[in-house]
Design a protein around this ligand. Sequence first.
Ligand SMILES: C[S@@+](CC[C@H](N)C(=O)[O-])C[C@H]1O[C@@H](n2cnc3c(N)ncnc32)[C@H](O)[C@@H]1O
Length: 249
Amino acid sequence: MATSKKSARKWSKPGMEPTLNGTGFMFSVLDEFATDFIKFAGEGPDEVLDLGCAFGIASLGALEAGGRVTACDLDQGHLDILTGKTPEAQRARLHTVQGKLPYVDLPEASYGAILCSRVLHFLDGSAIDASVRKMFSWLKPGGRLYLVADTPYGIWRKMIPIFETKKASGERWPGLMIGLENYLPYAPTDRSIDGPPFMNLLDPDLLSRTCTEAGFTIERAAFIDRSDFTGLGRLDGRENVGVLAFKPQ
Ligand SMILES: C[S@@+](CC[C@H](N)C(=O)[O-])C[C@H]1O[C@@H](n2cnc3c(N)ncnc32)[C@H](O)[C@@H]1O
């Protein structure tokens, strides 16, 4: 999943920073779930965890707000850039961990909040379930989990009829797309970034189910309007899904 600098530049758009490993973009405009995570990080005494942090858009916000942050990503290059961007005075409050969901191990009952934004759709179903179970174990009792993921209703909208048919027939992971060339949002000739081998698109029902099965109580599960994504054609306000869930006390 290597991305050449040339192709990354080609796909660079305002507010969208291409990852180094072909796992999409980091967005500079925060959604309501990331904003709430940052606010929580600044208000409480508890350390927070940003999973799949990329270059740290949410981690940097949480540090700026006064929080203590563990930032985790599978790509050490992303973490190095985050560390370089962190003001010297805030570095003692940042801890970085290179690791891959669902295999990474972090200390149990340690965090007041976890954000995992736009990562889970790169995992297969059992890895999503296993990752969320681990997040449950890493949170302190009463801790909050913020999940954000891609849906079929954004750039992958060619998937909508298949997703809805599979979901209606009871398939557990109706958004699993293998053979991404069939679902490319752009004409293949325009596409020069190597992408992930599959995507597993989610919606509020699917993410809520995973959280509930892991032991969480759902506070909010909703589509997120990301029609601010530029240059992606017609969008309908359901581009991402977000969940806020609590670990019981
Ligand atoms: C689309 S970016 C999301 C960045 C940021 N969280 C945001 O919402 O803008 C996906 C990030 O997740 C990381 N990632 C992908 N799969 C992962 C996995 N299995 N475990 C940990 N990090 C992963 C990638 O390296 C990349 O930095």
